[in-house]
Design a binder for this molecule. Structure first.
Ligand code: NAP
Length: 290
């Protein structure tokens, strides 16, 4: 990489962030597409967020990615939001536009659907387990892309009524029916999955151990695609279970790469070679661990 006086900066801003794979993805993209840029990870304290975002303009950066805990708060500091960002009230990307203003966008949902390959959301019925930040981004994107109906399952925690309100807002704004149900209601899950062409685990269950978000007695309809947005481990218990029923399964690594690809394209106007980078990331993450 040839850093000189023309090199422009992009960064991910979060806390913690030192473990992030985003610098690997974006710096490989800069190199492969011959763009004179560099991507760093900034681990900052909460009270420095406004200043960091102001620096995008001052330093003529491409923009930044945001991760936990800044995705919601950062909305306050941008000039404009995309429709998906507006629906969920959170952003993972800020773009410095040519006119000097800042655009806030959420690429998690579109990144997820782009990672599925050959799945066209329009008119489809989708079941999603979990209603956290990542789930909401996927739900909002499904609605913007005109899904027929979205079933959401969450445990009956303190978040449940808050989630219901957020889903009502997304449903009202998009005109897509969203039905929230209890993650413990096995009958409802079976009924919803029977109607769906896509089942997604967007809970964090399965990340740390071999637990499952649903009862393994659930039967999957033929042809359904099953995705887990977790990518470490490469195959969660949920995906192993789905695979045993002979359906197409996909983990969350593609979502990670394709959400980055959309940010990169907004910043540089160049297409990220996402497939090559995903393969390199697979080698980095999975082969060094085995
Ligand atoms: P989050 O906002 O904390 O949401 C977590 C969700 O999981 C909530 O719906 C939560 O329910 C549910 N949950 C957690 N523990 C549970 C349990 N024991 N039983 C039932 N439900 C439980 O997290 P997030 O940011 O949405 O992330 C969710 C997962 O997606 C994480 O594993 C994260 O690593 C992964 N992710 C992947 C990508 C990618 O690019 N592949 C991007 C973002 C996130 P409550 O509302 O009741 O707490």
């Amino acid at each position: 990489m040839n850093i000189n006086g023309y090199t422009r900066l992009a960064a991910v801003v979060a806390n913690p962030i030192k473990h992030s794979n985003s610098p690997f993805i974006h710096n490989m993209a800069f190199e492969m597409t011959e763009v004179n840029g560099v991507y760093l990870a900034f681990e900052i304290e909460n009270n420095n967020l406004a200043q960091i975002i102001e620096n995008i303009k001052i330093m003529d950066m491409y923009g930044v990615n945001l991760s936990m805990p800044f995705k919601k708060e950062a909305v306050k500091y941008v000039d404009e939001l995309t429709p998906v960002a507006e629906l969920i009230g959170a952003i993972n990307t800020i773009v410095l536009k040519d006119d000097g203003s800042l655009l806030g966008h959420s690429t998690d949902g579109s990144g997820f659907f782009n990672s599925l390959e050959n799945y066209h959301v329009e008119g489809q019925t989708i079941s999603i387990l979990g209603g956290g930040g990542a789930a909401l981004a996927i739900i909002a994107e499904a609605c913007v892309q005109k899904a027929n109906k979205v079933f959401v399952f969450n445990r009956k925690s303190a978040n449940y009524p808050i989630l219901q309100e957020k889903l009502n807002k997304i449903s009202k704004a998009s005109g897509v029916e969203i039905i929230l149900q209890d993650l413990a209601d096995e009958e409802k899950i079976q009924g919803s999955v029977n109607e769906s062409t896509l089942l997604i685990n967007a809970t964090s269950i399965g990340m740390k151990d071999k637990s499952m978000p649903i009862n393994p007695s659930l039967r999957l309809p033929e042809g359904i695609v099953v995705a887990d947005i977790i990518y470490q481990p490469a195959e969660t218990e949920f995906l192993k279970w789905a695979k045993s029923q002979n359906v197409r399964t996909i983990n969350g690594l593609g979502m990670l790469v394709y959400q980055a690809a959309e940010s990169y394209e907004l910043w540089t106007g160049k297409k990220m070679p996402a497939l090559t980078i995903k393969e390199a990331l697979e080698r980095k993450i999975y082969e060094t661990r085995s």
